[in-house]
Design a protein around this ligand. Structure first.
Ligand SMILES: *[C@@H]1O[C@H](CO)[C@@H](O)[C@H](O)[C@H]1NC(C)=O
Ligand SMILES: *[C@@H]1O[C@H](CO)[C@@H](O)[C@H](O)[C@H]1NC(C)=O
Ligand SMILES: *[C@@H]1O[C@H](CO)[C@@H](O)[C@H](O)[C@H]1NC(C)=O
Ligand SMILES: *[C@@H]1O[C@H](CO)[C@@H](O)[C@H](O)[C@H]1NC(C)=O
Ligand SMILES: *[C@@H]1O[C@H](CO)[C@@H](O)[C@H](O)[C@H]1NC(C)=O
Ligand SMILES: *[C@@H]1O[C@H](CO)[C@@H](O)[C@H](O)[C@H]1NC(C)=O
Length: 450
């Protein structure tokens, strides 16, 4: 059921984009862009639709917020483009690219080369794998928006720098995906290159669609707003801000010596549940000199992970506060450890009525509020007594994780997040359901204007 639904959804989107690409004009001046985001129910990952190659082709990529650069499956059967080319070794582009995203150059030994061209290590963050592959240059294009609708034009990024990979790196990714869109802090991420070509501020925003959404969420590039969602709500007016923190040590699968992380960290200083503080060692929320600790945002982590001591304290307070609402935990369903019979729980416009979780930032009055729709996961228990359950959608991240808190996709859905690389701050709305809209309510119907 959910497969066929998602298939239809993708097909409609595909037809829409295909139709669109062949009926549009191209802009070259400073402008804002929008791209649809879909949630893949089987992998619980998110994909972003852009256009790439020449002639432009609809391209569905895994959305990776922390990714350094974008990569495409370049196997000849799947990659045809008249504008694609490799980067010769020793050119300034190659040196800049490999010194930033250094591959087989360990410290001073110089940029990486593979088959006589500039080489990178594209990564698959889901199966945690990487291959040595040639960097490439080709065209990418995005849909122009006025903040309310697409306006019937596209913006081209003619010399977009990314990487090839082979199709082994597509393992574990949603069906139909042909690569990965890297949205990290690096100069070669998708938002950085799009803003540099259009001389626009590097500010982008994500609104991930909720689990039960029938249509796509939205990503905005080159714009601090407005971001209008039906019925006419500008979510940029509901943002509050916290600084983006730099982690001095970058490592995902490959360690890039001497380079700061391209992932986004924020200054979570405490966690409250219904106003009750969760007690744990707060030094876990500080990033140490080897890059461990702190709180990171990740679109490739389905559910927020908490370091074991934080997780245990968090669950205790949550269970206790739920008990005060007369809710008693029932048998858990893996990977979750705390579940409640759905029949016992009231529903509200913000999801099931459970204690609210606040991630408190740099200041007491700046907090990200997580209500039932984002804290709980609905799990169907088909053959068991007791029926469906709501499970606490946070998981134990282990004892020595690289980041103590990894805020995952489920907690970001139906929240608008704005990454402002000019002011180095994160804007967040908490649940937009409060404003009687949701992330699947951007109007993707063309408004060509007058
Ligand atoms: C090396 O590059 C050449 C020309 O660019 C190409 O034909 C060949 O398939 C490449 N070999 C490998 C192993 O990538
Ligand atoms: C990235 O770009 C900015 C602005 O163009 C520049 O100041 C900075 O040095 C670049 N960083 C790297 C690592 O190339
Ligand atoms: C649980 O609730 C009881 C009573 O409200 C309180 O005394 C106790 O400190 C709470 N424990 C935790 C871990 O919050
Ligand atoms: C919990 O149950 C008790 C006894 O049935 C009742 O008096 C109380 O009002 C309930 N509390 C809530 C928050 O529903
Ligand atoms: C995080 O916020 C606290 C409280 O305002 C502040 O003391 C600390 O310096 C901040 N950390 C960073 C890395 O900015
Ligand atoms: C979406 O935008 C189109 C084009 O402006 C408009 O005709 C349509 O009424 C909008 N849809 C809704 C539900 O407002």
């Amino acid at each position: 059921m959910s497969f066929s639904f998602s298939f239809i959804q993708h097909t409609i989107l595909f037809i829409f984009i295909f139709f669109f690409i062949y009926n549009c004009n191209i802009v070259y001046s400073s402008t804002a862009f929008v791209a649809p985001i879909t949630r893949d129910p089987s992998t619980e990952l998110y994909t972003i639709f852009i256009s790439s190659k020449t002639p432009l082709q609809p391209t569905n990529l895994l959305l990776d917020l922390g990714g350094k650069f974008t990569w495409f499956d370049c196997t000849p059967e799947s990659y045809t483009s008249t504008t694609h080319h490799y980067i010769p070794c020793g050119t300034s582009l190659c040196i800049s690219l490999t010194s930033l995203a250094c591959s087989n150059c360990f410290r001073q030994s110089g940029p990486g080369c593979h088959n006589n061209s500039c080489a990178l290590f594209p990564e698959n963050p889901v199966i945690k794998n990487s291959v040595l592959a040639q960097a490439l240059v080709d065209s990418v294009a995005l849909t122009v928006t006025n903040g309310r609708n697409p306006v019937g034009q596209m913006g081209l990024v003619p010399n977009f720098v990314g990487s090839c990979s082979d199709n082994s790196l597509l393992r574990g990714l949603p069906d139909g995906v042909s690569g990965l869109a890297g949205l990290g802090r690096s100069n070669y991420s998708l938002p950085a290159q799009v803003s540099s070509v259009y001389a626009s501020p590097n500010i982008f925003a994500l609104c991930l669609p909720g689990v039960s959404s029938a249509s796509s969420g939205a990503a905005f590039f080159n714009t601090g707003g407005p971001y209008y969602f039906l019925p006419g709500i500008d979510l940029s007016s509901h943002l509050i801000y916290t600084p983006l923190i730099l982690n001095p040590v970058g490592f995902t699968i490959i360690t890039y010596y001497g380079h700061p992380s391209d992932e986004y960290f924020i200054n979570v200083t405490s966690i409250n549940i219904n106003g009750k503080p969760v007690e744990f060692s707060h030094s876990l929320l500080t990033i140490d000199e080897s890059g461990f600790g702190g709180a990171r945002l990740s679109t490739v982590t389905p559910y927020t992970t908490l370091e074991t001591s934080i997780y245990n304290a968090f669950v205790q307070v949550f269970v206790n506060e739920s008990a005060a609402l007369n809710l008693t935990a029932t048998d858990p369903v893996s990977p979750f450890e705390v579940c409640y019979a759905a029949s016992d729980v009231y529903s509200t416009p913000l999801g099931p009525a459970f204690p609210v979780i606040d991630l408190v930032m740099h200041s007491e009055d700046v907090f990200w509020r997580i209500a039932g729709a984002n804290s709980m996961v609905s799990v169907a228990r088909e053959d068991e007594e007791g029926g469906d359950v709501w499970c606490l959608g946070f998981v134990d991240g282990g004892e020595k994780p690289r980041s103590s808190v990894v805020i995952g996709g489920h907690q970001m859905e139906d929240n608008l997040l704005q990454f402002d690389l000019v002011s180095m701050r994160l804007g967040f709305t908490s649940s937009v359901l409060v404003h009687d809209t949701n992330c699947a309510s951007f109007n993707f119907t063309d408004d060509p204007g007058v």
